[in-house]
Design a protein around this ligand. Structure first.
Ligand code: AVJ
Length: 295
């Protein structure tokens, strides 16, 4: 299942609720980094004096990047902000709301897939690029997919370009699991929304009561995975011609949220052609925003 299918309007809304959950430490941790260390991050971005495009992959509501944008504006950095998001309304909201919050911000929103839009952004300008890929969005890829994605990013980058990439770190397994198996069932609703989407957009007949959310975390591989488990033998029609049969306890794999150890991040950078320049941690060291440079 490609993670982009989670984020229709309802999915965006449920994800907002996830970010506000007590158990979901990731957003708070990255907010801690951006709110306290945007000054130092800006210094790194401005070490080269030339103008740049700040391209954010999966910008969402940009509540974290706002701190960095503020800092760059106050330092009179010469840059444009190009948020990329798969949700059209996310992009139109940003274009509407950010300039009011951040006077002087030059913003050009791009709605679409990361790499397509990155290509488009690269074609419109020959300025150096700073790419933000935060929020542990890379966690939705398997380690092999993440490696391929970093190589694809690298192929779109040139000398003096910078990548800032957010990883959720391996930590106490119970803490990780709780973030994806919350007491109020919000993560369950996030997953169920995909069945709901199939029902409404593809004329499916999933009965959501016949499935149950199940999350697992494997401290060895760092893979946190979520599934929907069929509660009985059932056949689900989708549209006029398709049907899927499930046996009792059969699983649907929904999502991976991969966790990384620091040495795995260093290894990922170097094996995909980057140089790890600096790591920024939150106060608990739950999360890292890692700055990678192109040779
Ligand atoms: C948006 C990929 C960072 O994996 O933590 C949260 C998505 N899914 N709870 C994550 C998600 C279920 C989230 N990312």
């Amino acid at each position: 299942m490609h993670s982009k299918y989670f984020y229709d309007e309802r999915g965006d809304y449920i994800f907002q609720q996830i970010m506000e959950m007590e158990e979901y430490y990731l957003t708070k941790a990255e907010m801690d980094i951006l709110s306290k260390q945007s000054g130092e991050i800006s210094t790194v971005l401005m070490e080269t004096a030339s103008p740049f495009d700040l391209i954010e992959l999966g910008a969402g509501d940009a509540t974290k990047s706002v701190h960095l944008l503020k800092e760059l504006l106050s330092r009179k950095a010469d840059f444009r902000y190009l948020p990329i998001d798969i949700s059209a309304h996310v992009i139109s909201d940003l274009e509407e709301q950010l300039p009011a919050k951040l006077p002087g911000l030059n913003i050009i929103g791009l709605n679409g897939d990361y790499l397509d839009m990155l290509q488009e952004a690269a074609e419109t300008a020959d300025r150096r690029k700073v790419i933000l890929f935060m929020g542990a969005n890379i966690g939705n890829m398997s380690p092999a997919e993440a490696r391929q994605f970093c190589m694809d990013l690298k192929a779109h980058m040139s000398k003096d370009d910078i990548l800032i990439i957010g990883f959720d770190l391996k930590k106490e397994p119970k803490q990780i699991l709780a973030a994806y198996d919350d007491a109020n069932g919000i993560t369950s609703a996030f997953n169920m929304n995909l069945l709901h989407r199939i029902n409404s957009e593809l004329d499916g007949e999933f009965n959501l009561n016949n499935f149950e959310h199940y999350a697992s975390y494997d401290p060895e591989s760092g893979a946190c995975k979520s599934y929907l488990i069929s509660l009985k033998d059932q056949v689900v029609k989708i549209g006029d011609s398709a049907s899927i049969s499930f046996t009792k306890n059969e699983h649907i794999f929904m999502e991976i949220s991969q966790k990384y150890a620091l040495n795995e991040i260093t290894q990922l950078a170097s094996s995909t052609g980057f140089m790890l320049h600096r790591n920024f941690f939150d106060q608990h060291e739950y999360f890292v925003d890692s700055i990678w440079k192109v040779g």
